[in-house]
Design a protein around this ligand. Sequence first.
Ligand SMILES: [Zn+2]
Length: 837
Amino acid sequence: MQTTTLAAHKPLIEELMSFAISTKDYVVVSFITPKLSIWIHLCNFFIMFHNGGDMYTILPTTIKPRRLQPGKRTVLVSILLSLLLLISQVMRALQLDQPPRLTNVNVMQESGSISCKSPPQCANLNHYIGAFSEEEAKIKWTQIVQNKLKRRVESHINQEKYFGFIFIKCSNTSEQLKDLGQPQYDENSANDYFESYTQLFLYPRKFKKFTQDPKVNRPNVNINLVMIDSLSRPHFYRSLPNTVELFEGLYEGAHPRVFDFQFFQAVKQRTYENFQALFSGYVNSTEIPFGTYDIPRNPLPVSQLFSLYKKSGYRTLWLEDLCWNWEWGLIKDLKVMNETLYGPALWQKFKRALAVANIDDIDLTLASCDILNSNGKKDPFHDLPAVCFNGRHHHDYMLEYVQIYQESIQKSGQPFLTLTVTDVAHDETGLRVQTLDEPLAKYSKFAVGLKNTITILFSDHGSTYGKFIQSSPEAHVETFNPFFFMIVPKDVQNLLGDVQMRILRDNERRLVSMIDVHNMLMQLLGEKSKVDDKDFVERYVTPGGLLSSISPTRTCNDIPLLQPNLCICQNFETSVEPSHIHMALADFGLGVLNNEILKQHREEGSIGFGNCRPLRAIHLRKVLETHISVELIRYKLDVVVQSAQEKGDENNDLFFLTLEVGSKKAALRLLSYERMNMYSVYNVCQDKSVELKLCICNIKNQNQNAGLLSSLLFGNLIPEFNFFQRDANLNSNIQMIDFLTVPLLGIKPKIDIAYPSQNPCLFTVIHNYKSGITLLAANFCSALHEVEIMMEVNNLNLSCPKHSKFLLHSGDVKMLFGGTVANPKVAWQWSHDIRIL
Ligand SMILES: [Zn+2]
């Protein structure tokens, strides 16, 4: 593993970094070859530098970009880009502040007392207070008399069931539920005659004086976890200059107060599994992960960590910016989501799950539905340049709330474990996270001063969709390189001792994962790993985690990685030029996925492919090879797949396939796949029974193939498929002919057999590569057929036994099997006989 050979080019790199940070844009720096050949690609707010060579670059903390003078051209470009960014943000702000921002009605004073004054624009309007009601499982609005505002606010925050916030609203409407349930920025409701202003007022709950159980005889260090979903370490450095500057300050001196773990490897590019590792110290690398849109098999094991902290007297808070009753976040991860449950019944089930998870408070999380709703969305993941409420960002409220919560609980003397999750970086642009910088720097400054508290600022993985990852293989490595910072104030350092501090310092440059974080959090309580699986413990667990010396020779083999995954260490996987064997692998891999689409489509009683068309490889972007053992090779392929829209690389889809060849179980198999572009757009045309992640369909026009039709009918249509002209379902059949006859990855498909000899309607088609084959079959007959294949092979790894049978329903276009050469240095042979039954 290496960071990079940066030293020789340090001035240039520093200038680039300075440029990157001043323009707040994407920069990928990749200088491995001594002769620098750099190209610059400018597209919207994207700037990428790379030499197209080796892709592994991790930016070291020694880069201090802000202290350098950028060149003239750099300054010019950066001013231009900053201006553009500013204009776009001002436009957004104007859009969001319509109607104008409400000056605070209520303000919490330093002393904790409340100052209250209704602003001039509310003078002639009705006043309301909105608080979360457990009975109604939503914000309940009550009209109040203006001059009793302060008293009513105070009575709310002193209630038993108080969640740390209330909404205060003035409005010219008295339609209580219909309009007032919705905050005012919803584009549909922001009419000219409609006047309404809302403030989200945060005030901490009061905690009872805490007396520690005398049996607990260890000092309780508070744990403050702050998770920024989908933000890689390089992108943290690019996007958050104020926070980086603060950390650089904390990093200096004899007793640095911040630790920066440079080689933090994600176990998977999804929140659930990384949280699973954090809470339980375990992930199952042999099990196939649940689908993105499915409910997890088991609730997230939050309680495995939280219950132990609770037993030691801690109070726990989980704060997130996702709507508690929508599809994502805690409600899904705790397996509460249920299509038949809503409203109070759903809330009761959720509450029980929170109790089982040992989560005491979720507080401001309950404002997320209304905040998102006011932005016209149910979640913050797509097409939302900022999530705002009354002129402030959502994450700004969250960090303010966690601060007042922590201040309040510290006064009570009770130790705490808090987890704050923001999705501000979880978008397609990579730019939205910049709005987090100032609030995060401010909050981190507060966290350094928090008594007896370890603050852990981390992400689960890097960005997983958007233009950056689609146009850059480097960005794909970043997906598996999250960041992990630990702020350890002086009092905690004294408590842990010098030896422990030195170990932490050493571990900053070791390969670590969430499993080590879990074991550290266990060690801080005096607990040990509770994982039953002995093999797992032996292979992957270092007792004490980050607080123990992690082996400097650790590799990605020592971390339970869920595939598909990329190792952040250099040379763990070898990047190779795509060749014929990889084409055959890609063809086979997509064939497995196509069979799955076909199968899922049939589940709804339909024939053949529906709207979700078979996936077709256009080219291979990147190939990685790992030799797992003498025989077993693992291949990771980035496959560019033809989109249903207008052609052009930018619009194409991208699949990430992991295949294994040479194992005893199956000589050739697709291990896993991931989609690397935004595919939620296809939900407008997908077939409901087909998993969205597999689907590419025509968003714009279902009949787009009409143009293709005539050319095929009168031009290149091959004689065997003539019967299609008589067929009613022309469009989808044309698509199938296209799929079976147009060259794939430069290989012209060859028709193998046509059955019956007179007016054939069943075909097998061979894709013959230099180092492999795939065999497809299409059944356009009205009857079901069985295809029996007997093969003779030499030096070929096959995905099925040499004697196999395949069932073909009417309308099926199926990949039957694939094969790749076992030893490329030796000739290979393949012959076959087919019987149709
Ligand atoms: Zn995530």
